[in-house]
Design a protein around this ligand. Structure first.
Ligand SMILES: Nc1ncnc2c1ncn2[C@@H]1O[C@H](COP(=O)(O)OP(=O)(O)O)[C@@H](O)[C@H]1O
Ligand SMILES: Cc1cn([C@H]2C[C@H](O)[C@@H](COP(=O)(O)OP(=O)(O)O)O2)c(=O)[nH]c1=O
Length: 227
């Protein structure tokens, strides 16, 4: 037998939290780190990630499903997720690529479930169908006071307004976003084997390092590869 080192398992990593906490920034930084180590990784997002799921994203975020209610919206997010998992996430992991997703099923739990009042049985049932066993290996929940996160997003909001787009979930009031924050914290607490809650008020560099250190501790094959 040839003495070929075993290829490390591909990992599925998700980033969660409220608006403007720095998810997209850290997803991009993690991709750079992984690529530097010659680890092939796919960057994706929810809602979206595939053409069909992006169509659902546009429909929901432009507010066209708002009158349908949170339950029907949970079904729409799950439909998008079903395509995302079956057409992109599962095939990528099966071919050895890591997958890094900006939001995933915890966003449905937090926005539609815990904050939106949709019954937990529906949320769990949809999750079972859409994930088909593809739970993330690790989920980073970036946590900070939404008032501070909003100040960060202000510039981005102006850009969005100029582009004549709008994300209706970003328009909810501060009190609603404080409940959303508690929802993500509750998810973190209930799933300590998968979720890592990190303070997102620190600098981009410091947060990137904390994420990297956590991954190295959690996945020893990363540390071994770095030598
Ligand atoms: N740690 C940080 N400190 C200060 N500003 C940040 C930090 N992380 C991200 N930002 C800025 O905050 C805004 C929102 O970040 P972004 O990554 O888009 O958040 P999210 O994807 O969670 O909505 C961007 O303008 C980004 O440059
Ligand atoms: C994936 C997902 C997102 N959402 C919401 C969260 C966001 O407000 C919006 C996604 O918009 P996005 O622009 O990606 O928000 P952010 O930059 O804050 O990540 O959709 C849900 O309500 N349920 C879900 O299952």
């Amino acid at each position: 037998m040839l003495d070929v080192p075993a290829k490390p398992a591909a990992r599925f990593i998700t980033f969660e939290g409220g608006e403007g906490v720095g998810k997209s920034t850290q997803v991009k930084r993690l991709l750079v780190r992984l690529n530097r180590m010659d680890i092939e990784a796919v960057r994706t997002r929810e809602p979206g990630g595939t053409p069909k799921a992006e169509a659902v994203r546009a429909f929901i975020l432009q507010g066209r499903s708002e009158s349908w209610g949170a339950g029907a919206e949970a079904v729409l997010f799950a439909a998008a997720r079903y395509d995302h998992v079956s057409s992109l996430i599962a095939p990528s992991l099966n071919s050895g690529k890591w997958v890094i997703s900006d939001r995933f099923h915890d966003s449905t739990r937090a926005y539609q479930g815990l904050t939106g009042g949709v019954d937990d049985k529906l949320i769990r049932g949809l999750e079972t169908l859409a994930l088909d066993g593809h739970q993330p290996d690790i989920t980073f929940i970036l946590d900070m006071d939404p008032a501070v996160a909003f100040a960060r997003v202000n510039n981005r909001e102006i850009e969005k307004a100029l582009a004549e787009t709008g994300d209706r979930f970003e328009k909810e009031d501060l009190e609603w976003h404080r409940r959303l924050r508690q929802a993500f914290l509750a998810i973190g607490k209930a799933n300590p084997e998968r979720c890592v809650v990190l303070p997102a008020g620190q600098s981009e560099d410091a947060l990137e390092q904390e994420i990297w250190d956590t991954l190295n501790r959690r996945f020893p094959e990363l540390e071994a590869k770095a030598g």
